[in-house]
Design a protein around this ligand. Sequence first.
Ligand SMILES: NC(=O)c1ccc[n+]([C@@H]2O[C@H](COP(=O)([O-])OP(=O)(O)OC[C@H]3O[C@@H](n4cnc5c(N)ncnc54)[C@H](OP(=O)(O)O)[C@@H]3O)[C@@H](O)[C@H]2O)c1
Length: 327
Amino acid sequence: MSFKAIRIDKDEQGYRAGLADFAEADLMEGDVTVAVSHSTINYKDGLAITGKSPVVRRFPMIPGIDFAGVVESSSHADWKAGDKVVLNGWGVGETHLGGLAQKARVKGDWLVRLPDAFSPAQAMAIGTAGYTAMLAVMALEAHGANPQHGPALVTGAAGGVGSVATALLAARGWTVIASTGRAAEADYLKSLGAAEIIDRAELSSPGRPLGTERWAVCVDSVGSHTLANALAQTKYGGAVAACGLAQGMDLPASVAPFILRGVSLLGIDSVMAPQARRREAWRRLARDLDVGKLAAMTQTIPLAGAMQAGRDILEGKVRGRVVVEIG
Ligand SMILES: NC(=O)c1ccc[n+]([C@@H]2O[C@H](COP(=O)([O-])OP(=O)(O)OC[C@H]3O[C@@H](n4cnc5c(N)ncnc54)[C@H](OP(=O)(O)O)[C@@H]3O)[C@@H](O)[C@H]2O)c1
């Protein structure tokens, strides 16, 4: 028995990804087999598909760090055939065969029940990018931040994490300042709830250790100078949730915001986040995310379109989220 999948190989012929037939017998160990109906293209999937960064640790690999689908068979106590599930992270699509395929076999401990509020397609419109945006908002709230403290900056705002973060923060009453390199997306970002749009060039070059205090919190998916400048312009006692590296993995910052303004830098990891936090994030997404806004930020492609979408996301050409309808 075989199924359709995106397959990545790396050998003497080089690094390549393409649509292929994958033998079910070659699936990796796991106590739950899922018929995948939808996956997505996240930034990390773009890195895996193009080979631009060494995120894939085993070959052949099926990329796809997340998926939604229906349990086909299970020997795990929590899951039975017919259950609707979502998976984010846990090394799936990196070290364990991933979601850009008609079938996945994974540990039942990695799965989250699909919230009633969402169809599988909507869950993947959120995907790992949106779930990470929710983790970032939860971290800022746990820090004690609230909209009375000042505006919220979102960097990489027209991307996946940024679009969902903008919608979530606006829905919670924050005045959102959206930083983007795409001026043409200003109306889109305002439709998600952004109050102000700034040019990402304001933040992407080397800056001063401390600047004028502009925002109380930030969700940053960009890293590098952008994160350093976001920290330097955070108000006294504020917090920045760092979740991405679209500009770079470096952090050319000083300690000034931490020791002179009591600013906190909160690290956000979606891959190994404990189950309780994941369930809470999905519960909060079901409560707080306007599915109308979700539709506005989403495009849908077939499985065969994954390679092009992977290249596009690394070039910053993708607006919002890409759902892959597996079919
Ligand atoms: N921590 C985690 O667990 C976790 C989970 C998911 C994602 N991430 C990371 O979060 C980041 C965003 O992921 P995503 O799926 O939302 O990707 P995405 O859709 O490509 O969004 C990234 C956005 O960053 C901006 N950007 C791109 N290149 C830039 C550059 N050179 N300088 C400044 N801004 C740039 C662009 O926004 P504008 O066009 O609006 O400027 C782009 O749309 C990635 O680095 C990803 O690896 C981390």
